[in-house]
Design a binder for this molecule. Structure first.
Ligand code: SAM
Length: 430
């Protein structure tokens, strides 16, 4: 084709991370094909903003809602709160993300729309794997149906309360009560509030008044900050402002797309602090509660210890029999067939050249090594306690004895785990 020829349509899908690379690419294509090209191009900006200069659409990568969840997750990783409540939790996605944070022991969600909360709440239930391998930490997840305009004692004692894109959905009367309920009554160590920054709106295509039809208001930075500072001052909190979603170069003066206030309670508060309103009536309805299996629960700890003990005992038995068998092979030429698979004690005596009395003395010394007597392997509890996982789970020898009592076969005096040797299998193996 000659210069100036028109090619109807060429669709190139290219991934370009810098504008200069885009220009380079266009120039090269012109040189190569020597023709007119029609491009549809998305520029992916490293600032996490995607702006199509041709159409004016703005997209955030990752999407802004994910960035907001990640912001909370990062705070959780940094401050390690044990009890976290998400107000206006909607479909519980943030709660679901937070359940994987090992520091959290109590998670609670609150929303005024019960159906939305229930849609995906099954994600908050323990998985089969949680039962197979219970976690060290305890975790309880609860969902409540109710309004942030009402106080309920179930929201007391939290370390972190998050309100992500919530306040702009509140009616004026609810918004008025919000500071008293959240900062005054719940009074967590930290509160995070995010809300749209209306100064960013002109950059968002299609946004005329508000970003969402259910928004009752949208504040600019000055409005949000003066409301937040007033609330913080009234309830003895500090507040710092940040945000997510940067604007394109040249429009930085509009601030972040999402504005965020991080409030930190100034005064210390322990669990025993008397709250005059602690005895407030319940206003919320609990719609979901999941208690995760945890090793802090004696039932799950016992299961875990018993299975580790049986597993460990089996390994010790096999190791012992392996050693025994190799010794057996060494000696079998000189022995009569009648010894085969029966006389372990006798064999020990023979192989170690010990008189029978000595063998029994060795057997009686149960605090030392495992030994075989007849068709039984004795594994002293001291040996079992030295298995790292068992030791870690039990902490003390007494706890080990207590947890396995009645669950694992023990010698008459309770000093050793006993495991029976299956002769027939042994014979088949030979
Ligand atoms: N926080 C979630 C997120 O970031 O994905 C959901 C935000 S959604 C935009 C706002 C949520 O606040 C909705 O699920 C709505 O039902 C809830 N909400 C509105 N008014 C409320 C109130 N008075 N009390 C509790 N939740 C409320």
């Amino acid at each position: 084709m000659k210069t100036g020829s028109h090619l109807n349509l060429l669709n190139y899908e290219v991934s370009i991370t810098e504008n200069n690379k885009l220009i380079e690419f266009v120039v090269k294509m012109f040189q190569k094909h020597n023709l007119f090209l029609i491009f549809s191009v998305d520029c992916m900006m490293d600032t996490n903003l995607q702006k199509d200069d041709l159409t004016g659409t703005i997209k955030f990568i990752p999407p802004l809602y994910k960035q907001r969840y990640q912001f909370i997750k990062d705070l959780v990783i940094k401050y390690k709160p044990k009890k976290v409540a998400d107000l206006g939790c909607a479909d519980c996605t943030l709660l679901w993300m937070l359940k994987f944070c090992k520091c959290i022991e109590v998670l609670a969600g609150l929303d005024i729309r019960e159906n939305v909360m229930k849609e995906k709440m099954h994600r908050l239930s323990p998985l089969p794997a949680d039962y197979l391998q219970p976690s060290e930490r305890s975790l309880t997840v609860t969902l409540h149906h109710g309004s942030v305009a009402h106080k309920d004692p179930c929201m007391l004692g939290f370390d972190l309360v998050t309100c992500i894109e919530l306040i702009e959905h509140l009616e004026a009367a609810e918004l008025e009560k919000f500071p008293e309920v959240v900062f005054g009554f719940m009074a967590p160590a930290m509160v995070v509030i995010s809300t749209p920054n209306s100064e960013f709106n002109p950059l968002l295509p299609g946004v005329t008044l508000f970003r969402h039809s259910d928004h009752k208001f949208e504040w600019d930075r000055a409005q949000f900050q003066s409301w937040a500072v007033a609330a913080a001052t009234s309830y003895d909190y500090t507040v710092e402002f940040t945000g997510l979603g940067t604007s394109p170069p040249g429009t930085e003066d509009v601030g972040f797309c999402t504005q965020i206030g991080v409030f930190v309670r100034k005064y210390p508060k322990n669990g025993e602090t008397v709250n005059s309103e602690k005895h407030t009536e319940h206003a919320y309805k609990t719609v979901f509660k999941a208690v995760y299996p945890s090793l802090k629960d004696e039932k799950y700890l016992q299961n875990a210890v018993v299975s580790e003990v049986l597993f460990g005992a089996d390994i010790i038995k096999r190791r012992l029999l392996g050693n025994f068998k190799s010794e057996w092979k060494d000696h079998r030429d000189g022995l009569e067939t009648k010894f085969k698979f029966q006389p372990f004690k006798y064999f020990m005596r023979r192989s170690k050249n010990l008189p029978l009395a000595e063998t029994e003395k060795l057997a009686a010394d149960r605090s030392t090594e495992p030994f075989i007597d007849g068709n039984t392997v004795y594994i002293p509890l001291a040996k079992i306690f030295s298995i790292p996982k068992v030791n870690q789970l039990c902490g003390t020898f007494e706890k080990l004895s207590k947890l396995i009592a009645g669950k694992v076969a023990l010698s008459n005096d309770g000093s050793a785990v006993i495991v029976t040797i299956e002769y027939e299998n042994e014979e088949q193996e030979n």
